[in-house]
Design a protein around this ligand. Structure first.
Ligand SMILES: Cc1cc2nc3c(=O)[nH]c(=O)nc-3n(C[C@H](O)[C@H](O)[C@H](O)COP(=O)(O)OP(=O)(O)OC[C@H]3O[C@@H](n4cnc5c(N)ncnc54)[C@H](O)[C@@H]3O)c2cc1C
Length: 435
């Protein structure tokens, strides 16, 4: 089944963007009998939602996200059976390793949050770590471990949920950019896509890194920036650890295909552009908090980033059609750091071939936690974006929240931290734990 459904004249809800958030929102709405169209300018899960590490973690999260991600993990554990497809979900834990006592102490600070939510998180000793990670024993003093954390295969999972939603009646259309959100008589009336108009009572903007641009054209200001992150996939490899681990300068997780997904810390790059200056003050606290790990880059198309197209009409070719799939080049520095990390820390993976390397553009909010809210002044318009490097794991929980918001049902979660107005009502920006 492909994602090329004909555009209906009218649906209850249009979702902009077929990443994990848009697809999960469509899935939950659909299971409740709401008619949905998902418009995707490029490919289902073509951007962040297929390029991520596949970690489904509670460990290290902002406290306000925890109840949602706990709910999300439960959904991840049952979704395969519900949709009749293997999404690669397994709970093999997240382990943040420490090579010295100071690092272990830093990790241990999160134990209080874990305790408040009755998580199975605990501190491991060096010898406990050695029993889990079989390569090169004796190099770790310990680690923070949450056995109930999990993983799934992003590139498989999101299209599989999309196909299941389609079977239930959702319409999904790739190569279909939403150009404008149509507002009539003070409320949302539908969208205009590059292939025509669709009427709808509600529109959910789940446009990932494009959300600020999309809403900006409507006159709604969303502070959002992007960060380039590089990932690699190894060939089939010896089994050194079954879960997800961060080890000093790099991170790795076992894949369902027998290889490892590998990434480097401290190599995330922000490509400076007009929005960097525009939102500088709002991002200052999180820039400061991440000053040691974030790199600023000025080259690679600086001029076009300084002069973005910000306004257009429904008849115009939009930036969404000009750039169908954000596909940044992987960073050679990051790849070199991953290879060095593997060689130093996991000798049995030293020199292993990277079968594929890629990069993704992470969309980030000033406080590094998402927005899940209705947009004031635009009845019928909802926003789910800014998942800031950890939206895959929480994606199913976020989808259920958005379905509740659209249907006017009370949410099972406290959404105060995720309200849109926090960026404009003078609230102090309090950065979450990071990407
Ligand atoms: C390298 C990397 C590693 C990561 N690792 C993890 C991890 O291990 N665990 C975790 O939980 N999270 C991780 N993340 C974060 C996670 O991938 C994202 O938070 C999540 O995928 C965001 O989903 P989304 O649906 O909001 O956005 P996206 O997946 O980016 O989807 C948005 C979609 O909207 C479409 N779109 C935009 N504008 C329009 C328009 N006008 N019309 C139609 N379509 C439009 C885009 O084409 C895109 O497909 C990682 C991200 C990256 C890049």
């Amino acid at each position: 089944m492909t994602f090329r459904d004909a555009l209906p004249e009218a649906v209850d809800v249009v979702v902009i963007g077929a990443g994990v958030i848009g697809i999960a929102t469509a899935w939950f709405l659909n299971t409740r009998g709401v008619s949905v169209l998902v418009c995707e300018k490029g490919r289902v899960a073509g951007e962040q939602s297929s390029r991520n590490w596949g970690w489904i973690r509670q460990q290290g999260r902002d406290a306000a996200e925890l109840p949602i991600v706990i709910d999300s993990i439960n959904s991840w554990s049952s979704i395969g059976a519900e949709i009749g497809a293997d999404v690669g979900f397994t709970r093999q834990g997240v382990l943040d390793l420490a090579e010295n006592e100071a690092e272990l102490e830093r990790h241990a600070k999160w134990l209080d949050v874990a305790k408040q939510h009755q998580l199975d998180t605990r501190l491991l000793t060096g010898s406990e770590v050695d029993r889990l990670i079989t390569d090169k024993p004796g190099q770790w003093v310990g680690g923070l471990y949450t056995p109930s954390d999990g993983r799934a295969e992003p590139f498989v999972a999101v299209p599989a949920i999309a196909r299941a939603a389609q079977r239930l009646g959702a319409k999904i259309r790739e190569d279909c950019a939403v150009r404008t959100i149509d507002v009539q008589a003070g409320r949302v009336a539908g969208v205009v896509t590059e292939h025509g108009r669709v009427n709808a009572q509600s529109v959910v903007c789940a446009a990932g890194a494009w959300s600020s641009l999309m809403l900006g054209n409507l006159g709604v200001d969303l502070p959002q920036l992007t960060v380039r992150a590089t990932v690699a996939r190894t060939v089939k490899a010896p089994d050194v650890f079954a879960g997800n681990a961060s080890a000093g300068g790099f991170a790795f997780r076992r894949r369902a295909d027998g290889g490892y997904t590998v990434a480097a810390y401290g190599e995330n790059e922000h490509l400076v552009g007009a929005d960097s200056f525009r939102y500088f003050r709002k991002f200052l606290p999180s820039l400061f908090a991440n000053r040691k790990t974030l790199r600023l880059r000025f080259g690679d198309g600086l001029w076009s980033r300084m002069t973005p197209t910000r306004r257009w009409g429904a008849e115009d070719i939009t930036p969404f059609e000009i750039n169908r799939v954000l596909n940044p080049a992987p960073s050679a520095r990051a790849l070199a750091k991953m290879r060095a990390g593997l060689a130093r820390r996991l000798p049995s993976l030293a020199g292993i071939e990277f079968e594929e390397a890629w990069a993704g553009m992470i969309d980030v909010t000033p406080d590094v936690v998402p927005v899940m809210d209705a947009i004031d002044g635009y009845p019928g318009l909802f926003l789910a974006t800014g998942f800031s490097g950890h939206g895959f794991g929480i994606g199913l929980g976020a989808g259920r929240i958005m379905a509740d918001l659209v249907q006017g049902r009370p949410s099972a979660h406290d959404l105060t931290r995720f309200r849109f107005s926090r960026f404009s009502d003078g609230s102090r920006i309090v950065p979450g734990p990071g990407l």
